[in-house]
Design a protein around this ligand. Structure first.
Ligand code: ADP
Length: 264
């Protein structure tokens, strides 16, 4: 497949600590197409965060290969952007100064790159808040600013690690819609790790279920919600009959894991 943006080939990760060895992932293979949105779910401790750390170049595989745009990942690089549960905005910098931070760190801040970053604030309805400090914004807005900061450096692949889990339910749904809309418009190749099955099904083109540790791909579901709903608002996707069917299937798979291991 030549539009593959990201590929993990037979990847294994073993952590070695004073307490012993842990096989976090084993023989995991996964290919993600350019512009595709993939969600990864699985029992806790099955290696989901490890998978993201591999792609970010923060963890090296013990075996196998990780490729971004056909090139091996050998360490952190600007090709991959990472968004976490915490927004990690600098509290003494205003929104505009936070949004250009990644560019500054990478030594790529210029009049053009600054204009592009501030243009993203504008495009996504945050320009009125340019001179606000993070504490003057709601949790959901801070996460949007954090996303725009990540997009400002124009990564080829975007990693989202439970980015909504610290938010209350209502904010989480709204932010899922907004972030999904932004990522669609920017056509970013995205991997979302989440324990929230609804979030995975609502947002992703494909949901990957991992086995319990050591994690590898157990099942994958191409999400078809009908009515051309790939482009429809998230609300329509959530309300589709197919949504409930996927939820049921994935729920049962994860429940089976809980039965096997005695806990989640
Ligand atoms: P998940 O995100 O699915 O909960 P993780 O990738 O965080 O899973 O962890 C997978 C396994 O690897 C767990 O058993 C965890 O304790 C272990 N692990 C994760 N990071 C490290 C590390 N830096 N050193 C040692 N063990 C680790």
């Amino acid at each position: 497949m030549n539009d593959t943006k990201l590929e993990l080939r037979d990847v294994g990760v073993k952590y070695v600590t004073l307490q012993g060895e842990t096989d976090a992932l084993s023989d995991l293979s996964l290919a993600v197409r350019d512009g595709e949105f993939v969600a990864v779910v699985g029992p806790s401790g099955c290696g989901k965060s490890t998978l993201l750390s591999l792609v970010a170049g923060l963890v090296r595989p013990t075996s196998g290969t990780v490729l971004v745009a056909g090139q091996p990942v050998t360490g952190p690089s600007r090709r991959v952007g990472y968004m976490l549960q915490e927004d990690y905005l600098f509290k003494w910098r205003d929104v505009a100064a936070n949004v250009v931070l990644g560019l500054e760190v990478q030594g790529r801040l210029s009049a053009a790159s600054r204009a592009r970053a501030l243009g993203l604030l504008d495009k996504y309805g945050l320009s009125d808040f340019k001179h606000h400090l993070p504490r003057q914004l709601s949790g959901g807005m801070r996460q949007r600013v954090a996303l725009i900061r990540t997009l400002a450096v124009d990564p080829e692949v975007l990693l989202l690690d439970e980015p909504f889990s610290a938010l209350d339910y209502q904010t989480r749904l709204t932010l899922q819609d907004e972030i999904w809309g932004i990522l669609r418009r920017e056509s970013k190749t995205t991997i979302l790790v989440t324990h929230d099955i609804s979030e995975a099904i609502a947002m992703a083109d494909r949901v990957i279920v991992l086995t319990k540790r050591p994690g590898r791909v157990k099942t994958e579901y191409a999400i078809e919600t009908g009515n051309g709903a790939a482009a429809a608002p998230l609300r329509r996707r959530r309300e589709s009959a197919q949504f409930a069917r996927y939820f049921d299937l994935i729920w049962k798979e994860l429940e089976a894991h809980v039965g096997e291991s005695g806990r989640g």
